[in-house]
Each structure stands twice: as C-alpha cells, then as structure tokens.
Design a protein around this ligand. Sequence first.
Ligand SMILES: Nc1ncnc2c1ncn2[C@@H]1O[C@H](COP(=O)(O)OP(=O)(O)OP(=O)(O)O)[C@@H](O)[C@H]1O
Ligand SMILES: [Mg+2]
Length: 424
Amino acid sequence: MLRAGREAPDDAISLLSPKRILAVDDSPTYLHALADQLRDEGYDVAQATSGEEAIDLLAVQHVDCILLDRLMPGLSGAETCARIKAAPVVRDIPLIMLTSLEGRDAMIDGFSAGADDFISKSSGLDVLKARVQAQIRRKQFEDEHRSVREQLLRTEHEAAEARAARELAETRAALVEQLERTNRELATANRELADSNRKLAIANRELEAFSYSVSHDLRAPLRAIDAFTRALDEDAGDRLDPPSRNHLRRVLAATGQMSDLIDALLALSRISRAQLVRAGVDLSKTAAAVIDELRRRDAERNVEVIIEPDLRCCADGKLMRVLLDNLLGNAWKFTSKCAHAEIQFGWQQRDDRAIYFVRDNGAGFDMAYASRLFQPFQRLHRPSQFEGTGVGLATVQRIVERHGGRVWAEATPGEGASFYFTRA
Ligand SMILES: Nc1ncnc2c1ncn2[C@@H]1O[C@H](COP(=O)(O)OP(=O)(O)OP(=O)(O)O)[C@@H](O)[C@H]1O
Ligand SMILES: [Mg+2]
C-alpha cells in the first residue's frame, strides 16, 4: 500500500524546480536508455524495474510524472497503475503508460486502470517529451487551481468566522449591558424597599408606642367612670326611677366593654414588643390545655374535640399559647349554636412544610370578607350573634408574622371554618 512519504505537498513545489520523473520498466537496457534521454532534457529521473519497487519508491519520494511499462512480470503495468490511482496521496501524479506493439484493447485496459495518457515506446523521444510536459503542465494547472480555490474557501471561512465572532461579541456585550442595567435597577429597587421597610418599621413602632400609651392612659379615667357610676348606683340607685337606673346599667356595660377593648389592645401591643424566645413547644399539649380551660369555663357545653398528638415545633411557647387561645377560643365561640359541635387541631404537610390548622363546624363566614378577618376591630358577626372585640385574629397574625409564617382561613357560612398557619 502506498503511504504519504513525500517531503512536501504538490503545491509547495515550484513551477521552475527541476521535474522528477519515475521511469518503471522491467528491461534495464530500455530503462537506462530512457533515463539518459530524459536527463539530457533536464529531468531528474528515478528508476524502478518492477511495479512493487515503483510503489515502494513513491512512498518515500516525490515525483512529478510516472512512466509505466505496461507489460512487466509480477505486478503488471495495469495493476501497478490501479494501485497508484487508488492511493489518495499519489493518485494525482500524472501517469503515462508505455506500450510496445499492443493495440487498441491494451490502450483501453490502461485507461480503465486510471492511466492519464498512453504512448508507444516506438513513438520517439520528441513525442514522449511533449506528452510528459503536457501532463506535468496539466497537473500544475490543476494544483494551482485547487490551491486558489482552497485559499478562497479559507478566506471565506475566516471572514464568516470573524463575522460570527463579532456578532457573538456584540450579543454578549448587549447581554452584559442589559444585565448590568437590570442589576442597577434591582439594586435601586432593593434600596427603596429597604428604605420603605425602615420607615414602616419606625412608623409601626411609633404607632404601637402611641396605642400602648393611649390604651394605658385611658384605663385610669375609665376606672374612675366605672367606680363613680357603681357608687352612684349603690348610693342613690333606689331613689332613681327605672329608666334612670337602666341608663346607669348601660354606662356600666359600656365601661366593661371598653375595658375589654383596652385589655385586648394592650395584649396586642405587648405581643409586638415582647422578645421572641424560641424553644421546643408541644403544640398538642398547649391545645389540650386551652380546651381544658374552655371546658371549665363553659361546663354545660358538649363539644367533640380532636387534637392530633405530638405536634411539636420550635417557637415561642407563650405566644403559641396566645395564638391557640384565640383560634380555639374562636372555634369554641362560633360553634356555640351548633347541636353537635366539633373542633379539630391538626397538621398537613405541603412542599416539605408543616401547615397547622384549627377547624370547626360552626357559623363559618362569607369568604368575600376574608381579607378583613385579620384587621383589628373587624368582625364578620354582630355582637348580638357572638360577642367579641375583634382583636383576636389581629393578635394571631402578629404572632405568626413574628415567627416568619403566614396565616389564612377558609370557610363556608353555616358549615364551619378552618384557620391555617405556618412558621419559618
Ligand atoms: N372560627 C370562626 N368561625 C366563624 N367566624 C370566625 C371564626 N373565627 C373568627 N371569625 C370571624 O372573624 C372575626 C374576627 O375574629 P377575632 O378573633 O379577631 O375577633 P372576635 O373573636 O370577634 O373577638 P376577640 O377575639 O377579640 O374577642 C370574628 O368576629 C368572626 O366574625
Ligand atoms: Mg376571637
């Protein structure tokens, strides 16, 4: 098999450098005579006496043209030609088949083996010279043509690559610019958010301090109104007519209600101000304690309560007690008109997160008003239906928020309500 043994590619060989011809013939006499004649014409000549030798030589030497005898023992001219033309590295070297007296069939045989030309040995040197030159020139034209085409392709390819690189760089630059712009906008938005949060926190603190001191300061005059009204009732009650006594009782009821409101407000502001102390809390036990307390206060009620055991979490134990006081207290209160009241405290898992819930089958409410539930003093039922100040769920929300969680509710009027809460 022919291998790439040439020292330089075709197109690197100068047009003017002496051309080397490989002459192949089994007759040393003819071979030497041919070589001498070609040398006289200025060619460099390599010789081989068989097809095999020629193939070996081509593997290590560059030649510009091959003159190949058609009739040789061993590997014939046609077989040698076929092998040379099958080897990618040397197949483009012009190959001229030399014949003795063979006729048309031999010529066809040679051309079908891949020979580029055909010369009779009897044709004389002039013909041989002219045909060799013509073949070498053809090969040179082809090489030049190929080299120009390759150069053109390379240039086009380089231009396309450069265009693609420029487009890529422009796209990347635009992306980086966009990213920087977005980052700048994000940083500004974050600064503004942090600023608003700071202002909000200050406003909240001021509001809490204000509501704390107002609630606190209202207590003393309220106590005085309550005490003096009671004194008036005791001292002069029996001298007053029934409508006036009724007015006194109404004043006392109103002071009692106002006192409850102030207590609730103070409790709410205490929750916002108290330091959060997180520890392991057994929510099931806390819930059971709240229910025991409710049963003691309302011994005549028969409520079915289901508490899921061993619900533990890391939270502020005192605040969790206040939270469950409110949620279970509401469930207790809003089932008071049920023939068979049921309350449940449990949990569900959603996306690796524990969601605790308090569920009842009581009065429920219209979900259209659900957004008002957690605002202070907002009540969805009239005092004549169910008593209350409307601060309980605001307290619950404050507690849940302080634990980094969320609270929400679902309900249907007349069928009950479920309150859910999470914590961070
Ligand atoms: N379990 C429930 N079932 C039906 N409605 C409820 C339930 N819990 C709360 N609500 C509705 O939400 C309102 C606000 O609840 P919240 O606990 O804040 O106030 P309250 O119970 O009326 O008074 P407070 O808790 O301050 O004594 C209630 O008045 C009621 O209309
Ligand atoms: Mg309540």
